[in-house]
Design a binder for this molecule. Structure first.
Ligand SMILES: C[S@@+](CC[C@H](N)C(=O)[O-])C[C@H]1O[C@@H](n2cnc3c(N)ncnc32)[C@H](O)[C@@H]1O
Length: 271
């Protein structure tokens, strides 16, 4: 019987993201499906963060799994400059990118670190942000990570997560593709090796339950990222894919959930 590996190890994840750290910025290029996905997400995240930035004299923000600092870059281009920002990531390459680009700025602090073990004192941050990271953790580790985010949040602080959705066209496509790959591996008598970059997907009600169990409340979810086509079509025909993205987004106006590949979930820590 073949060994079925369900999740990638932390070292595999760190090596995978270190290897793509220099190219990662190009994924935010607006001419691609992924670029539109990311800019839609940044706009939603910023809307939540504005409340923190405008209500605190010197807010402290923590971005766990910060990648090459795209959120820092976005915030830095906005009006507010009263904030201080900490970013951590398991991939050394990502932190190297952040330090090279933003290390000279007084309000920027970057360090290698794991999302399930943020090395900060309790109640240090006004906002904790974690975008597209829990996908690469085993379910138990993701629960630990959420508990840790809550620990480092100040009372009244805001937690913002971005997660890919399992109940979506994208999720169904991805699930179908991995089932086919698993079957082909089995037929060939090979061990199934998941693709590190694929990550896993989440169900909104389960994440909400986790947050409420941590006494995080005022939970709000916003779906985004319309990708109706199979991933290889998006990569092969980016123009078609981005045009469809725009049309469908206008058509659905985010009233339905299943067409969207991901969600931003915001929650507040009670006093
Ligand atoms: C898809 S990228 C997202 C980067 C960034 N948050 C963004 O949205 O642009 C996932 C990031 O999570 C980091 N990561 C994955 N597992 C992690 C872990 N256990 N602890 C810390 N960072 C992790 C990866 O190294 C990578 O930089």
């Amino acid at each position: 019987m073949n060994k079925v590996q369900q999740y990638s190890s932390l070292t595999e994840v760190a090596d995978f993201f270190s290897a793509i750290s220099k190219d990662y910025v190009s994924f935010y290029d607006n001419q691609s499906f992924l670029g539109q996905y990311f800019s839609q997400r940044l706009a939603i995240v910023y809307r939540h963060l504005r409340q923190v930035l405008e209500s605190q004299p010197n807010p402290k923000l923590l971005d766990l799994g910060c990648g090459p600092g795209m959120l820092f870059d976005y915030l830095h281009r906005q009006d507010h400059h009263n904030w201080e920002f900490w970013g951590t990531d398991i991939a050394e390459g990502m932190i190297r990118e952040c330090t090279q680009k933003f290390g000279h700025l007084d309000n920027a602090h970057f360090a290698v670190g794991q999302v399930q073990n943020p090395e900060f004192p309790d109640q240090s941050f006004d906002a904790v942000i974690c975008l597209g990271v829990l996908e690469y953790l085993e379910p138990e580790a993701a629960e630990v990570a959420i508990a840790q985010m809550n620990r480092v949040l100040k009372p009244n602080g805001v937690l913002i997560l971005s997660l890919t959705s399992n109940h979506s066209l994208y999720g169904w496509n991805k699930n179908l593709i991995s089932k086919i790959k698993r079957l082909v591996s089995q037929l060939k008598g090979r061990a199934y090796q998941p693709n590190v970059g694929d990550g896993r997907r989440f169900e909104e009600h389960k994440v909400r339950r986790l947050l409420l169990d941590q006494s995080l409340d005022e939970v709000e979810t916003e779906y985004f990222g319309l990708n109706l086509l199979f991933p290889w079509v998006d990569n092969k025909f980016p123009k078609l894919s981005t045009q469809l993205y725009g049309w469908c987004d206008r058509l659905f106006e985010r009233r339905l959930r299943w067409p969207y590949s991901a969600m931003v979930i915001k929650a507040k820590k009670s006093e």
